[in-house]
Every structure is written in structure tokens, then in C-alpha cells.
Write a protein that binds this ligand. Structure first.
Ligand SMILES: [Cu+2]
Length: 224
């Protein structure tokens, strides 16, 4: 090989190395550029999502010059501070319409076992109550000292239908004799509950008869 040819091949090698170097550098630069573009895209994507979410978080309503701003976050916070009140189903008894009413004597009713149905009723002065011995072995008897002053007491026989007219205003408590221990009792309010306090007072001792359903009378009186 001549000296000129050797020089030529060295030059070729040098040129080749330079080319390779240039290619490497430009590749690195390209990769960096691509990476920063991806980042930019990511940021702009998040910005877009944020701007889409924001209207749900804050709502601005122009209002004659001033601006009302509703903030969902604030609403959630205030909702947490003042929770919605829980409304319990009311058991308060409404006045029954009509002048005649029926109370059944049942082994099993909406209020449980050994019950009058309805167990609590509000009627008007002069109305009539028909006690129906629907099931076997019950009666209706007014409880001594738990009817209004001057009112007529009643004592139904076992398995006997009995009708009573209520001419005195106030609360009447009645029982089934065989099932007093199971608190088979009922409450009638005629007109206004004028003797409520006396009834509550007398009920303290009367409830000692109950071996089961001890809170029934309190429950019933609480519905008046
Ligand atoms: Cu009974």
C-alpha cells in the first residue's frame, strides 16, 4: 500500500468517526426534545382535566354587579357541620272521624301479641266504642282510677262484645283481665286529654301488673 493510499484510508476512518459522533449527539438531542414535549403534553392534559372538573367545584353566577360563588367544597363542609335531621315516623294518633269506632281484641295484632286494635284512639265527646271479641278469651274492662272524673266504668265479660258511650272528656285506660300481665291494655282519649297528669301518676303503680311489655302504657300515652 502506498503512503497516499494509507493517508486516504485514515481520513476515511476519521470522517466515519465524526459522522458517528454527530449521529449520536443528534439522537441524544432528539430524545431530550421528545421527552420535554411529552412532559408539556402531560401538563396541558392535566390543565384541561382540571378546567373540566372545576365547574363542578365552583359555580359563579353574576348577580347584578356582584358575583355569587357557590362552592361545592364549602357546601360539603357545611353539610358535615349541620347534618340533615333524621325524621322519625310519627306514631302520634289523629282524631278518628265518625261517631262510632271499633276496637278488636286480638291474640296477635299490629302492636304485638295480646292486644287491642287499635290500642290507642282519639274520639269526640259522645262517641261510641264497640269492643269486638274477635279472638277467644279476652274482655274489656275500664281500669279503676284511670278514667275521667264522673265517667261511667265498664266491665265486659270474657268473649263478650260490649259497646260503651263516652260522654266525659279525658283519657280512659282499659284492660283485658286474663292478659293484664302481658299488658293487654288500651287507651281512649275523648276530646282533650284533661286528666293526662293524673293518668301518668296512676300509671306508675298500675304498670307494676305487667310482667311483659312493661313499656306499653308509656308508649301508648306518648302517642296522645
Ligand atoms: Cu286478652
Amino acid at each position: 500500500m502506498s503512503i497516499n493510499k494509507k493517508k486516504q484510508s485514515y481520513r476515511d476512518i476519521k470522517l466515519g468517526l465524526v459522522l458517528v459522533l454527530v449521529i449520536i449527539i443528534s439522537t441524544v438531542l432528539m430524545l431530550q426534545k421528545t421527552a420535554s414535549l411529552v412532559d408539556e403534553r402531560r401538563v396541558s392534559k392535566f390543565e384541561t382535566i382540571e378546567s373540566r372538573i372545576e365547574p363542578f367545584g365552583r359555580v359563579s353566577i353574576p348577580n347584578e354587579g356582584s358575583e355569587i360563588v357557590y362552592s361545592l367544597e364549602e357546601e360539603i363542609e357545611s353539610a358535615e357541620i349541620t347534618p340533615e335531621p333524621i325524621i322519625l315516623e310519627s306514631k302520634m294518633v289523629e282524631l278518628s272521624t265518625g261517631s262510632e269506632h271499633t276496637i278488636r281484641m286480638l291474640n296477635v295484632g299490629p302492636e304485638g301479641t295480646m292486644v287491642f286494635d287499635p290500642a290507642v284512639i282519639k274520639v269526640s265527646v259522645g262517641d261510641t266504642i264497640h269492643f269486638k271479641a274477635t279472638d277467644f278469651a279476652h274482655n274489656s274492662v275500664s281500669v279503676p282510677n284511670m278514667i275521667p272524673n264522673g265517667a261511667t266504668s265498664w266491665t265486659g265479660l270474657l268473649n263478650e262484645d260490649i259497646s260503651i258511650q263516652l260522654d266525659n272528656e279525658g283519657i280512659y285506660v282499659f284492660q283485658c283481665d286474663p292478659h293484664l300481665m302481658m299488658a293487654m291494655i288500651g287507651v281512649i282519649q275523648v276530646g282533650d286529654a284533661v286528666n293526662y297528669e293524673e293518668i301518668k301518676q296512676t300509671s306508675i303503680n298500675f304498670q307494676k301488673n305487667f310482667m311483659m311489655n312493661a313499656d306499653r302504657l308509656d308508649d301508648y300515652l306518648g302517642r296522645l
